[in-house]
Design a protein around this ligand. Structure first.
Ligand code: FMN
Length: 313
């Protein structure tokens, strides 16, 4: 089984990926949140920090590009190639309105002919391997019957399918019937993505799709950082391991960012996903959300790790 860490913009940046890799590992590929090429043609500070080889040591990292412009894609891919990357991923799933209204991310799925011409040009000129992470349409899963044949025309490294349409954002449940149709009709190796948060979820997926041997996971990992390890037959997270992950992350955010508010914003985001793994996690999450100073935060977290334990999963 190949397991991939999903890109989560604002969360699984280099600090999170390195902390996860150091404390739990378990992933065959670590996807980097999207790079959105700008008019000036250079990376933002966040993007640069995220793709720098020294921030991705010892792991197979895949950068992702969000664009609908051929030149921007090629120019970004070239720079990533210069950094040493062999593979890039194209984002055709981002549901955010600001992205979609510009015809990027999931918005590109609304213009199949333009998408076809885009892929034709980038596959002709790009020297790197290209994979695609896609939703199944904008409004209706049936749109995928037009989109998949386009993907089938090009030599994709792999196709990662998150079987929701754009308008659902992260609501409802993944459309497994559409994924089943894709399993039958795709010419490419497939990776399934969506709502795999436990060993049981994976078992269910494998019952219906025994041929699926590559799965990407995002929020499930934030909620249980040992998920990848557990899916590979390893043990559940211990309280000591979770404390270590927390301490590594917190130290790295304190070093990279300035100001209690900015640091605590990052930590609160992490706790939003992670708190349910602890006994009485809700109580502590409420306290954490109220923290405005790092010293106060540190004492709340210290108490949590002292008094609570990990819920058996
Ligand atoms: C906060 C957040 C940020 C995300 N950022 C990205 C991104 O940069 N690129 C991308 O392809 N998908 C992004 N996604 C989608 C995830 O990669 C993934 O497809 C989605 O969360 C479904 O998988 P999951 O159920 O395992 O979390 C993001 C999702 C969330 C919730």
């Amino acid at each position: 089984m190949n397991l991939y860490l999903a890109p989560l913009e604002g969360i699984t940046g280099h600090i999170y990926r390195n902390a996860l890799h150091q404390c739990f590992d378990g992933f065959d590929k670590y996807f980097i949140p999207f790079i959105s090429p700008n008019q000036k043609g250079h990376f933002s500070t966040r993007e640069k920090k995220d793709v720098m080889p020294e921030h991705n040591q010892g792991m197979y990292a895949v950068p992702q590009i969000l664009t609908n412009n051929v030149e921007d894609f090629l120019c970004t891919a070239k720079k990533l190639g210069d950094y040493g990357y062999k593979e890039v991923n194209l984002n055709l799933g981002c549901p955010s309105r600001t992205v979609v209204t510009k015809g990027r991310g999931a918005g590109f799925l609304d213009e199949p002919q333009k998408l076809d011409r885009f892929l034709d040009a980038v596959f002709e000129k790009c020297n790197l391997e290209i994979s695609i992470k896609t939703r199944i349409g904008m409004e209706d899963p049936e749109e995928f019957e037009t989109i998949l044949p386009i993907y089938n025309k090009y030599p994709l490294k792999e196709l990662i399918i998150h079987p929701r349409v754009q308008k659902e954002f992260y609501k409802n449940t993944p459309k497994l019937d559409t994924y089943a149709w894709a399993v039958e009709h795709s010419e490419h190796p497939l990776c399934y993505n969506g709502d795999i948060c436990s060993v049981e979820d994976m078992e269910q997926l494998k019952i219906r799709f025994p041929q699926t041997d590559t799965v990407m996971m995002g929020r499930g990992v934030l909620a249980d950082p040992a998920l990848g390890r557990k899916l590979k037959g390893g043990s559940a997270a211990t309280i000591e391991e979770l404390k270590k992950l927390h301490d590594v992350l917190y130290a790295a955010y304190c070093e990279e960012m300035s100001g209690d508010r900015t640091i605590l914003y990052k930590m609160k985001e992490m706790w939003f996903y992670l708190h349910p793994i602890f006994t009485d996690g809700r109580k502590y999450f409420k306290k954490i959300k109220k923290c405005e100073k790092c010293v106060v935060y540190e004492s709340v977290v210290k108490e949590l790790f002292l008094k609570e334990t990990v819920l058996g999963k």
